[in-house]
Design a binder for this molecule. Structure first.
Ligand SMILES: Nc1nc2c(c(=O)[nH]1)N[C@H]1C(S)=C(S)[C@@H](COP(=O)(O)OP(=O)(O)OC[C@H]3O[C@@H](n4cnc5c(N)ncnc54)[C@H](O)[C@@H]3O)O[C@H]1N2
Ligand code: MOO
Length: 404
């Protein structure tokens, strides 16, 4: 059976011809978290002019070579103003961010200057360049300010704004159809009858899509019946990804695999050597990436995390999984049969510089209370059977560890 890491590699390789999605120009606000489709170049230098780093006095350093120099204060320069050239032998009052006048080559902070009426006395020798931010010292005209492929964060937004950009070219967000399948399902806003359950997977996966930078679309449910599945799939035509839940195991009514193949999808695999989530399918349907996730809520979320999320990031042009995988120690002993890699939902804590993972008491794939309140997936290797407390494992961090 296919190992989880190999399955993820196969998915990413299968998306090579469609990822990243085409770029679009969006406002700075809408670009947050998305990958730049082209570099951002500097149409102006930063800072655009020589400016003062301090509130103080601008001068020619040569006029204050020794401590105690006394210079006439010729004028004041505020941020946003344009100063005249500095007269010979004089200094000027200047404020942080204000342009340094032509002729001046240094600024002294006011704490080092005694103001004496129209004069200023410099307590220490001036140094050329001190407290002056030279034009272009942050970024030269024409330089690459942001590399293509970089994710836009708050700082990148500020840098782009400083360069006068109101829009950025970023890769389009993947549009993901979420298809819940099963005769037992009822939408959350309707009262369930006997034997029915509310559809929670669509909502959990919609949230996971948004977290991954994708746009989820809830498709009408499909019943466990060929015609219903066919109609539901038609609604997903042209989306970047289709993620179904349920109907992928071996029951007579588990028809998803058959239905997507009948619709023309090519399935690459439909089982992975892992728990939860052994029955998980992936394939391509034209340009659409198709994922058949198991119906159990925890299995659906774990397989989304391991397979769908990296695929959506690849489509969005974002690098990697956006998660770190770190060495950790098991806070509780664990046992399992050999043969499948287990991904345990676990609390993560750092104690004395060591990352510890404590698996949640319930690892039941169908328990909804166990799909929240954890920061990590503890990875128990396929061959492992008994792991003692303190055993070394890998942890995939989904959130920062808790305070101990
Ligand atoms: N004989 C075998 N039976 C099962 C196997 C197996 O290998 N042999 N695998 C088990 C495993 S592991 C899993 S996981 C499940 C996967 O089953 P399906 O993907 O076919 O899912 P369903 O049977 O449709 O549903 C499973 C479970 O999840 C509930 N569900 C389904 N959709 C939703 C939804 N949208 N929101 C909330 N809950 C949902 C559903 O009611 C079931 O309780 O198969 C095992 N069986
Ligand atoms: O993989 Mo199933 O996901 O064990 O419940």
């Amino acid at each position: 059976m296919l190992e989880p890491d190999a399955a993820r590699a196969r998915i990413l390789a299968a998306l090579e011809d469609v990822a990243p999605l085409p770029p679009e120009r969006v406002s700075l606000a809408e670009a947050l978290g998305r990958a730049l489709a082209e570099p951002v170049l500097a149409p102006r230098a930063l800072p655009p002019f020589d400016s003062s780093q301090m509130d103080g006095y601008a001068l020619r350093a040569a006029d204050a070579r020794a401590p105690g120099a006394r210079l006439r204060v010729a004028f004041e320069v505020y941020a946003g103003s344009v100063p005249p050239p500095l007269p010979e032998g004089a200094c000027c009052r200047i404020f942080t961010g204000a342009p340094v006048p032509a002729g001046a080559d240094a600024v002294e902070m006011q704490e080092e200057v005694a103001r004496q009426g129209a004069f200023a006395r410099f307590r220490r020798a001036a140094e050329p360049g001190r407290f002056v931010r030279p034009a272009g010292s942050d970024l030269a005209l024409g330089a690459v300010a942001l590399e293509a492929g970089a994710a836009v964060d708050a700082g990148a937004t500020g840098l782009a704004a400083a360069l006068g950009r109101t829009e950025l070219a970023v890769y389009r967000r993947p549009r993901v159809g979420l298809l819940a399948t099963g005769d037992e399902l009822v939408p959350v806003d309707r009262p369930p009858a006997a034997g029915q359950i509310l559809d929670s997977n669509s909502h959990a996966l919609a949230a996971a899509c948004r977290e991954a930078g994708a746009v989820p679309l809830l498709l009408p449910f499909a019943r466990d019946e060929r015609g219903s599945l066919r109609r539901a799939l038609a609604a997903a035509r042209g989306l970047d990804a289709l993620v179904s839940t349920g109907g992928v195991s071996v029951g007579e009514k588990d028809l998803v695999k058959e239905a997507v193949e009948a619709a023309g999808a090519r399935l690459d695999f439909w089982k992975v050597a892992m728990k939860p989530g052994k029955p998980v399918a992936f394939g391509r349907w034209g340009r659409t990436a198709v994922f058949g996730l198991p119906g159990n809520p925890a299995s659906a979320l774990v397989t989304f995390e391991l397979f769908v999320r990296p695929a959506l990031r690849r489509l969005a042009g974002l690098p990697g999984t956006g998660r770190v995988r770190l060495p950790a120690r098991l806070a509780e002993p664990a046992s399992k049969p050999a043969g499948l890699t287990h991904f345990l939902r676990a609390r993560a804590t750092v104690r004395a510089g060591q990352l510890w993972v404590e698996p949640l008491r319930s690892q039941a794939s169908g328990h909804l209370t166990s799909v929240t309140g954890f920061e990590a997936l503890a990875v128990l290797p396929s061959a492992a059977t008994r792991l003692r407390r303190g055993a070394a494992v890998e942890a995939i961090l989904l959130a920062p560890p808790r305070e101990p």
